[in-house]
Design a binder for this molecule. Structure first.
Ligand code: 5GP
Ligand code: ZN
Length: 112
């Protein structure tokens, strides 16, 4: 999608380092990390929100990415937090579906 920052990252139109890739999903570091490790796991194809993902293989690849990214960053065993902001009330700023993966430290200030 035109003017979507995550589409541009997925298409390698801007110089963000891709930390992980599978058929339908990529992951890269957040530009504004909220934990020692803060990855953005997102779809290669544009979907506005997680509710719009209508492809079973993409859902499967998101799950595969969660496992493999956590392994790459050595937080598979120690643990991590996943956050998905969906639509306005959540504070979603980038309207391209994505999951935040936070870890690498003992996380505090949990809402839930
Ligand atoms: P949201 O609030 O939409 O759930 O989160 C967007 C996330 O993407 C935030 O962690 C923000 O720092 C990150 N982000 C926004 N623009 C860029 C960018 O151009 N590059 C990278 N690497 N991360 C970005
Ligand atoms: Zn997009």
């Amino acid at each position: 999608m035109k003017d979507c920052i995550f589409c541009k990252i997925a298409n390698q139109e801007i110089g963000t380092e891709i930390e992980y890739e599978n058929d339908n999903v990529i992951a890269f570091k957040s530009i504004d990390p909220k934990a020692r490790i803060h990855l953005i796991i997102t779809t290669k194809k544009h979907y506005d929100t997680i509710l719009d993902i209508d492809d079973a293989e993409t859902i499967q690849d998101l799950h595969k990415a969660i496992k493999e990214v956590s392994q790459k960053f050595n937080i598979y065993n120690s643990g991590f937090r996943l956050i998905n902001n969906c639509k306005e009330d959540s504070g979603q700023e980038v309207m391209h579906a994505h999951i935040h993966m936070l870890g690498g430290e003992r996380l505090r200030d949990a809402i839930i």
